[in-house]
Design a protein around this ligand. Structure first.
Ligand code: NAP
Ligand code: ZN
Length: 337
């Protein structure tokens, strides 16, 4: 990645212009930059990633009521949708077939593709701008916009609550948020990690137990016991081993989106009537609910703040799981570039 200049539209009546203060670094940014999802969403270059945006409003259109210059504001993975379909009416904009992703999606205003948050400002329709609770640290709040909502939404959907046993696979950016939410929602939370050195952190983040997944004895002790498992792994791994850990009617939801398909054996699903599903980000009302939940419980991501000049190095480290647990770019660094 290197620096360039991109256009942003002048705010229309319903737009909010935001000066970006922090932007989280999601593994999806890395998949996209390296065109690893070419089978489903090929990358158009130049590509400006970033969909975990927190900043301050600098200008609003004449019809904008919710925001004024100076307010804190946030933008996640979506910047537009048709607003008229059943999904949009239900506040489930993530399922709208005409939804516009924050980057690498056709830009209805300027043509070309949308450009994301690794930049100093963005202009977004007010329907897709979120309020940030004032008590939250802004560098740590940015990752809530993707890592936060992507883990919160399936947990709400699958009724994670007190009395449930919940597994989180992969203690990365998404995984560490999942642990905070599962714990915050009262579930008995078990982390599965390939990194033994993350054990103490997992417990500190709210896990009740930690399993090093390479140890098959440790894995087998949990056979048939989970109500719900959230898989947030970014690379190839054996999901059948996790399906076997679900109890009757238990569910494993994939949020991780590895480049290559994951083979699924029939028997782990058949035995125990288990189910396997996926979940994409979340809708705007639920994203605001999640941010408010985080405000009430003082939940943010554990971040390593970096200047934009360290972004290529950060991607290399992300691939080695060498980040605790999310990089958050201090966008002021772009001005000194
Ligand atoms: P991340 O910070 O890199 O975390 C991924 C974690 O997966 C690592 O920390 C590591 O955890 C584990 N892992 C990595 N390589 C592995 C391997 N070969 N075998 C087993 N485990 C491995 O990434 P992230 O930002 O949390 O994103 C995770 C995935 O979710 C990515 O594929 C991303 O694109 C996807 N995603 C999906 C959505 C959605 O809407 N569904 C939204 C955002 C992101 P341990 O060290 O603990 O093993
Ligand atoms: Zn993301």
């Amino acid at each position: 990645m290197k620096q360039t200049t991109i256009p942003r539209r002048d705010p229309t009546d319903h737009d909010v212009q935001i000066e970006i203060l922090f932007c989280g670094v999601c593994h999806s940014d890395l998949h996209t930059v390296r065109d690893e999802w070419k089978a489903f969403m090929p990358t158009t270059y130049p590509c400006v990633p970033g969909h975990e945006i927190v900043g301050r409003v600098t200008k609003v259109g004449s019809a904008v009521k919710k925001f004024k210059p100076g307010d804190l504001a946030a933008v996640g993975c979506l910047v537009d949708s048709d607003g008229t379909c059943d999904e949009c009416k239900a506040g489930l904009e993530q399922f709208c077939v005409n939804a516009t992703y924050t980057y690498n999606a056709p830009d209805k205003h300027l043509g070309g593709v949308t450009y994301g948050g690794y930049s100093d400002s963005v202009v977004v329709s007010d329907r897709f701008v979120l309020r940030v609770p004032e008590n939250l640290d802004l560098a740590g709040a940015a990752p809530l916009l993707c890592a936060g909502i992507t883990t919160y939404s399936p947990m709400r959907h699958w009724c994670v609550s007190k009395g449930k046993k919940v597994g989180v696979v992969g203690l990365g950016g998404l995984g560490h948020m999942a642990v905070k939410f599962a714990h915050g929602l009262g579930a008995h939370t078990v982390v599965f990690t390939t990194s033994p050195h993350k054990k103490d952190d997992a417990m500190r983040l709210g896990a009740d137990e930690v399993v090093v997944s390479k140890n098959s004895n440790e894995m087998e002790k949990h056979t048939g016991s989970f109500d719900f498992i959230l898989d947030a792994v970014s690379a190839d791994h054996d999901i059948n081993a996790y399906l076997m850990l679900l109890r009757r009617d238990g569910n494993l939801t994939l949020v991780g989106a590895p480049e290559k398909p994951l083979p699924v054996a029939a028997f782990p699903l058949i035995i125990g009537r288990r189910s396997l599903s996926g979940s994409p980000i979340g809708g705007i009302p639920e994203t605001q609910e999640m941010l408010d939940f985080c405000g009430q419980h003082n939940i943010t991501a554990d971040v390593e703040v970096i200047p934009i000049q360290k972004i290529n190095e950060a991607y290399d480290r992300l691939l080695k799981s060498d980040v605790k647990y999310r990089f958050s770019i201090d966008m002021a660094s772009l001005k000194s570039a």
